[in-house]
Design a protein around this ligand. Structure first.
Ligand code: NDP
Length: 433
């Protein structure tokens, strides 16, 4: 804590992983000898830079940019960029730390990193977003590369932003290096199913957890928080598998739609019009928009937090348990507080931690990198089948490891141990660097 002051999210993420690792560390003394844990909590490189840009009124604005290149033992740094006013070093470090284990869990050759800026895209014009992205990339380009560090999207960074970032990278470097960013458009190096991958993967993971209890997702009553990239495609996949999705949210409030969320309308409001949750309710008779209170008050059997960190606390967990929740899977990164996770696990609710449950996004980014390297394009079904296989493997590896350690059904323990062992083995083999 004294080396990383004022970074509570980073402390929270590290504590959660280290708590799971006690049984591994006691079995493997070579880890302590090589100071693997001490090295793992220290990012390999942290870059902080000024991002000046000019708004539509001609006024100069200044934001702060970050890229934390956390760990490259398994492959080039890989992880998204977040543009949100709450971004500061502690958030980027927590996300980078989580990313290292998540990427290891996928079994693909990717290290972990994360970046972003305190730039808030809400209410900015397309031109302002473009000028910001161009300025951001004017510094970032020297740190990234297809063999070095491969950023992608996250909160506030979707297809539009990746396009502007890629355009500026190409212009500065005079290289059409598609493998430098993922989440690109289909016509210029992007992968089928990447947009859908995180949300789809979260639901695939949930389905597999439920199957261990001989329960189907078909017919479950589902609440999904958020209304962004992850949430929209989690809703779509859950519905495709027969679930009844009754609520979603954004930072302005939540919407309850007892007829089932209309994904086409939600996409129109969010992806095209860049509107608010209330705009959906205005256009749909069966929906009501609620401000204040918590989306987790809406009764459900499956809860998928897909918005942001620490959005589901102990009170929300108690409400969910009281209402008969069977499974909770984290589409977002660290959306459940540690107290909420403890309560859910104590009540035998199936709990899928983000590292495992939302790894489908980065896994499909790695598939995008494979296609870029081979100058190939796979179809949607081919890519989705590969995603399904990755999610099933992650689930089964976590479950088997939890069993092995005498804690069946503890996916937190399983995910942390599987991810850690893969990274630690590579670090041990590569010496003290
Ligand atoms: P988006 O920006 O597309 O959507 C984020 C959604 O969450 C928006 O509806 C936003 O509402 C809402 N939200 C954000 N912050 C808050 C807040 N403080 N309170 C309430 N609502 C909030 O981001 P993504 O869908 O890409 O990311 C969501 C989560 O999933 C993040 O935790 C991210 O790290 C994680 N994730 C994303 C992956 C990806 O592939 N995109 C991969 C793995 C994890 P509003 O617009 O009103 O701010």
């Amino acid at each position: 804590v004294h080396r990383n002051p004022g970074e509570p999210e980073f402390h929270q993420a590290v504590r959660e992983v280290l708590e799971s690792l006690a049984p591994v560390v006691s079995r493997r003394p070579e880890l302590a000898d090589a100071a693997v844990l001490e090295r793992l909590v220290e990012p390999e490189r942290q870059i902080i830079f000024r991002v000046p840009w000019i708004d539509d009124d001609g006024k100069v604005r200044v934001n702060r940019g970050y890229r934390v290149e956390y760990n490259s033992a398994l492959g080039p740094y890989k992880g998204g960029l977040r543009f949100h006013r709450s971004v500061y070093r502690g958030i980027v470090k927590f996300l980078g730390f989580e990313q290292v284990f998540k990427n290891a869990l996928t079994g693909l050759a990717i290290g972990g990193g994360k970046g972003g800026s305190d730039f808030d895209p809400h209410g900015k014009s397309d031109n302002e977003v473009m000028r910001f992205c161009q300025s951001f990339m004017t510094e970032l380009y020297r740190h990234i590369g297809e063999q070095t560090d491969v950023p992608a999207g996250d909160i506030g960074v979707g297809g539009r932003e990746i396009g502007y970032l890629f355009g500026q990278y190409r212009r500065i470097t005079n290289r059409y290096e598609t493998g430098v960013l993922t989440g690109k458009g289909i016509g210029w190096g992007g992968s089928q199913a990447r947009t859908e991958a995180t949300g789809f993967g979260t639901v695939m993971f949930t389905e597999r957890m439920l199957a261990t209890k001989k329960v189907s997702i078909d017919g479950q009553r589902v609440v999904v928080s958020g209304a962004g990239n992850v949430a929209i495609y989690a809703i779509q996949k859950a519905q495709a598998l027969g679930a009844h999705v009754v609520a979603f949210s954004d930072s302005s409030g939540y919407v309850v739609d007892e007829d089932g969320v209309d994904v086409a309308l939600l996409r129109e409001v969010k992806e095209q019009a860049r509107g608010r949750a209330g705009d959906y309710a205005d256009r749909r008779g069966s929906a009501r928009f609620v401000t204040g209170g918590s989306i987790w008050d809406v009764p459900c059997t499956v809860a998928l937090p897909c918005a942001t960190q620490n959005e589901l606390d102990a009170d929300a967990a108690r409400t969910l348990i009281k209402n008969g929740v069977v499974a909770v899977a984290e589409g977002a990164n660290m959306p459940c507080t540690p107290e909420a996770v403890d309560l859910l696990q104590e009540s035998s609710v199936l709990f899928g931690p983000g590292k495992a449950a939302n790894a489908g996004g980065v896994a499909t980014s790695a598939l995008e990198m494979q296609q870029n390297a081979a100058r190939d394009h796979w179809t949607f079904p081919v890519t989705e089948n590969k995603l399904q296989a990755v999610m099933d493997n992650i689930h089964d590896a976590c479950a088997a490891t939890a069993d092995e350690h005498g804690q069946p059904g503890n996916y937190v323990l399983g995910a942390n141990i599987v991810g850690f062992n893969r990274v630690a083995d590579a670090m041990l083999a590569q010496g003290v660097i």
